[in-house]
Design a protein around this ligand. Structure first.
Ligand code: SF4
Length: 493
């Protein structure tokens, strides 16, 4: 737990996220919610590599001058050492920028208290099964690209073995390197076997790939969000009883590990308790906009009720009295997650918000929280724009800083870039207004230029885009790859 008071500070939890799998970001949101409810920090928000808000926008969501960032990642690999510092514009563990102090903590997965969580998860998944007749398997992804991802699991296995916690044996296994999880029956000897995936979130690996490798099912291909896979324990396999757990990152006590990382950062860097009120900017700005009669944002209608409470619903549902009523701002997360057909909405500003609901909120703080769930960072960006403090990032700069599989994305031509923006960012796909140019001196042309014009009603709070999102970076990579393939010499036959 944090030792210093953090009532003056913001906590940003960074997750990987996904453009296809809603379960990827779910645990990060849940842990943020749990910490927010404890009231330890002035502000608690999430941001993601593959979802909204991204790592540039998230700073517009917090007013605090002191910001702690905790990566909700398993190991100190490529993401925590390269991608996150680059995207979050960090100079190291401590960054001073724009009058703010930003503390970059270690990722949750390497905290020693992960051991406690693993033991707890093992007992939960196999209740009443004696440890001395149980083999505990911790399974990771494993990859030649990042030795840290293996090291973190080896460390946990050693800690549990050396801690003499009573298991018949404890082994590490991997999906893509030896010792392979597929060989679990040869690697273990006890009659009962508990398997805990050392992942941050459940997804394809824990729902589909590992069950196939364990022999629990014959082939992949089932629905993505298949939590039922964890509800059929034990599995009788190869003469043993196998208990299969969800990813360790879904454990509720991961919220404590996030706080432990903040505590350890304070201790390591000698940060003392602080207190004192800081100026709030976004909430007063929201109050002022409502007073001015701005009563919508994106597809949402906002009603300020006579008793000081607020109601929000889909704009097309305004005035309807047969809506399903919710009272918790966090419900916004779930409403915003799927469209009317049940499909995942990775882009919150896509004009596909579900209808039929109303959210009644008691305070302006709750209204702000709910609107941040529907349209991450939109309020903060509008406020910063009004203060003339909102900086946008040219497309070439975003594409140029990509690494790994996206490193060639910036090789697309200007013409291709403009066509891509005109198509991908069109209002029927995204309601945001683009504020970034192609380069600092090169404005947009044709359809892309249209997207830089105000596209919201006069009474609406706008949705703004300060840098190309992950969908545009992926689209640029695809075009770059097609260019490369088209330029390959044709074979003689
Ligand atoms: S880059 Fe385009 S699609 Fe992505 S958020 Fe901005 S406007 Fe929307």
């Amino acid at each position: 737990m944090p030792s210093a008071s953090h009532s003056h500070a913001a906590l940003i939890i960074v997750g990987h996220g996904s453009t296809v799998n809603p379960d990827s970001s779910a645990p990060t949101h849940l842990h943020a919610d749990a910490i927010r409810r404890r009231g330890l920090f002035r502000e608690v928000v999430c941001c993601f590599w593959k979802e909204e808000p991204n790592m540039r926008e998230v700073f517009e969501m917090v007013d605090s001058d002191v910001i702690y960032i905790v990566p909700n990642f398993i190991s100190e690999g490529y993401f925590c050492q390269q991608v996150l510092p680059r995207e979050l514009r960090l100079d190291g563990p401590v960054t001073q920028r724009d009058g703010k102090t930003i503390y970059y903590c270690d990722p949750v997965g390497i905290h020693p208290n992960m051991t406690r969580l693993l033991l707890q998860r093992a007992d939960e998944v196999a209740p009443g099964v004696p440890r001395d007749r149980t083999s505990l398997i911790i399974v990771g992804h494993g990859t030649n690209l990042n030795e840290n991802s293996r090291k973190v699991i080896e460390t946990q296995v050693a800690l549990i073995r050396d801690g003499h916690h009573g298991f018949a044996e404890v082994v590490d296994t991997y999906m893509e390197e030896a010792p392979f999880i597929a060989d679990w029956a040869k690697l273990t000897t006890a009659p009962d076997v508990v398997v805990v995936p050392f992942f941050i979130a459940d997804g394809l690996h824990s729902f589909q790939d590992i069950p196939v490798l364990l022999g629990m099912r014959e082939e992949t291909g089932a629905a993505l969000s298949e939590l039922g896979v964890f509800h059929h324990n034990p599995h009788q396999l190869q003469g043993r009883l196998l208990y299969y757990s969800g990813a360790i990152g879904t454990e509720a006590h991961m919220a404590d590990v996030i706080l432990d990382q903040v505590h350890d950062f304070d201790a390591k860097h000698g940060i003392k308790a602080e207190s004192g009120k800081q100026k709030a900017e976004i909430i007063p700005a929201l109050a002022a906009w409502l007073k001015q009669g701005r009563d919508s944002i994106g597809e949402i209608a906002i009603t300020a009720n006579a008793d000081g409470t607020f109601s929000i619903c889909h704009s097309a549902d305004r005035g309807q009295d047969d809506l399903q009523v919710h009272h918790d701002a966090e419900e916004a997360l779930f409403i915003a997650r799927y469209d009317a057909s049940g499909a995942f909405r990775p882009l919150h500003s896509a004009p596909t918000l579900n209808r039929g609901w109303r959210l009644d909120l008691a305070t302006l703080d709750e209204l702000r929280l709910a609107l941040d769930f529907f349209y991450p960072a939109a309020l903060g960006m509008t406020h910063a724009l009004e203060q003339d403090k909102l900086a946008s990032v040219p497309l070439r700069e975003v594409l140029g800083r990509q690494t790994g599989m996206y490193r060639f994305a910036n090789s697309i031509t200007d013409e291709q870039a403009h066509a891509m923006i005109g198509k991908c960012c069109a209002n029927e796909n995204c309601l945001r207004r683009i504020l970034w140019p192609l380069t600092p001196t090169q404005p947009m042309t044709k359809d892309a230029a249209t997207k830089t014009q105000p596209n919201h009603a006069p009474n609406a709070i706008p949705l703004l885009c300060i840098e190309a999102c992950t969908h545009i970076v992926s689209a640029a990579r695809k075009i770059a790859r097609e260019n490369h393939e088209a330029n390959q010499p044709k074979s003689a036959d």
